[in-house]
Each structure stands twice: as structure tokens, then as C-alpha cells.
Design a protein around this ligand. Sequence first.
Ligand code: F3S
Length: 378
Amino acid sequence: MHLTREEEKALGGEEGEGKRKAMEILVAIGEIYDAEELLPVGRAQISGVSYKTIGEAGMEFLRDLADRGAGIDILATLNPAGVDLEQWKELGYPRQFAEKQGEIIDAYTRMGAVPSCTCTPYLAENIPSPGEHIAWAESSSIAYANSVIGARTNRESGISALAAAIIGKTPNYGLHFDENRKPDLRIKVKAELREEADYSALGYYVGQNYDCIPLFQGIRPTKEEMKAFGAAFAVGPGALFHVESITPEAKKYGAEVVEKVEIGEDEIAEAYAELNTTEEADLVCIGCPHLSSREIRKVVRLKPEKKTWLFTSRQQKALFKEAIPKNTTLVCDTCMVVSPLEDIGIRSVATNSAKCAYYCRNLSGLEVKFGRLENLVR
Ligand code: F3S
């Protein structure tokens, strides 16, 4: 990999220990993927924020990096943490967990990250332009940025996104190049998709069954439905999809795709069946990915009869001005997957998100009811 003199200096430790470590990470990744150079980026989205997912070792690593003076000069936002940083006590989370979480946020903010704690940075303060090169972790936001916005990022990990944030560069390979963004499978959807949950089931099915960059025909999703779709799709290896006449790069490449498949009602039903393990749930969890204020409004107007937590960013919460029904709580800074619900007595959740269903079962060991919104809250 070709490094500039400045990059060589950072790698040699002349600009401090923090930058040296970050350069080592970027060079190692660049060599794995045969990148020829580093590419400047102005935005990062960093995952690996919850104490539940990174534990003591991750916290020590971040604290050490901050203590060694690692600094972030670009806009770097954070993924959800393990608790709502303001109302963790009222929601029943253990003090010790909340304190550890506070230390992680402190290390990130000392380095210069913005403690946004959301997986929808593109709805808040981190909004890339079409064609912009970025370094994002968090698979759902990667899928949205690449597909719906037309920005360019590989599937960064928490560590590689943090290193990119510290250096302001990322290895130039993969989805940063035109030729790697072309669809290789045309998917004709013959099922009737009515809402986010249906799109989420479709995304899950495609992500689990095809390792591809799909081009969809026969659907007209809203941005919120693409948000739901992309999160579930990216439970598999995917990071980019195109939708004919909707997403920004679909027209550019669409004519070239040769291989075709069809997806109908049976495949959508298969995804629902695979993700459902229970009929009753302790808690309805909506907001994977985090809800926009418009989506909050949609749930609130259904007047949930079941105990319901709505996960969102502080920024979208601030935009929502209506009264919250008594069974419903707006929860910020965290999500149902990276928060230790299982430690506060929750054994089962109901959700309209296939990603939430998949990880609540496989990461947290919870029973899951996966269905359409109205059927969950009533
Ligand atoms: Fe976001 Fe958590 Fe889902 S990070 S995409 S709400 S698993």
C-alpha cells in the first residue's frame, strides 16, 4: 500500500501513540483487501459503544486510546449505547452497568466523537451527500447510506471506523469504486408489501439467501420502509441494494443485470415463520433502526394497549411534540438489542423488525414475536 510522507510519520509514531495505533489498523485492513492507498473521509459512524457488546476489554481499549491522546478531527457519531443515559434508573437498569457505559461514552467524547448514540445518524447530525466517501460501521446505516443516499462506504467495524475517524482516511477498496457497486441479481418482487415489517421480512429473506447486490423491481418503498429493509438485509453480508426508479444508482447500472429471481408471498411467509418463537411478549420494542419522529407519531396514534418502548435518537425525540400514551415510553441512546433487556426481567419481545427479532433471539436469548405494527401494540 502506498503511504504519503504524512501517513508514514503517523505510522512511525511521530504524531503520537493514538495515531500510530489507528494507522496500524488501517494499513492492516488495507493490506488484507489489496487497497493501494488511503482515501480521505469527512464522516465516520462508530459502532462498539454498548458495554453489553464490548465489555471490559473494549472499555479498557477505548480508555487507553483516549489517555494516549488519540483525537478525532472529522465528524464522528456514535452508535447506540447500552442504556438510556438520562432515564436508565427509571427504566430499571443496574447502576454498575450504567456507570461502565458512562466511562465508554467519556472515552469516546474525550477523543472528539459526538455522543449521538443512534444508528440513524442520517436522520440527525451526520448526513452524507450522494457520492461522498465515508467510513461507517453499523450495518443498517451502511446499507442506508450506500443504497438510499448513494454515499460510499464499506462495511466498517467499530475499530476500523474509529481508526478512520482518528486519521480522517479509510483504505480505498470495495464499495468506494464504481465497478463494485453494480447489481448482480435482479429480484422481481411479486408479494404485496404493506408496511415496514413486510419490507423487513423481505430484506431478511434476501440477506439470508443471496450474497449479492440486488436490484429490486415491483416495489415502491418509502424511505422508512427502505430503512427497515436495509437493516434486515444487512443481517446477511449485504451492504448495498438498488430499487428500480427509486434509489439513486439504480438507473446507472440497472440494464446490465442478467441473473433474475422472483420472490413471492411464500418467501415472505417463510421469513415471518423463521423469526417467530412466541405468541405473547413481555415488551413491545419498536425502533430497529431508530424511529424518525414521523414513525413515532404513527405508533403513538395507534394508542398502544401493550407495554411499548419506542427507540429513537434524542434529535428525533426533540422533534416529536405530541403527548405520549400511558403504556408507551420513548427510549433514547440505546436499542433493544445492545441494551441488556434480559438483565431487567424481560424474557420476550414483540417487534416489527426482522433485525431486532434475529439478534434478540441469537444475542440476548429472548423469545420473539415478529409481526406487523398494529398486531403488536394491540
Ligand atoms: Fe439500530 Fe439496534 Fe437495530 S443499533 S439497527 S436499533 S439492532
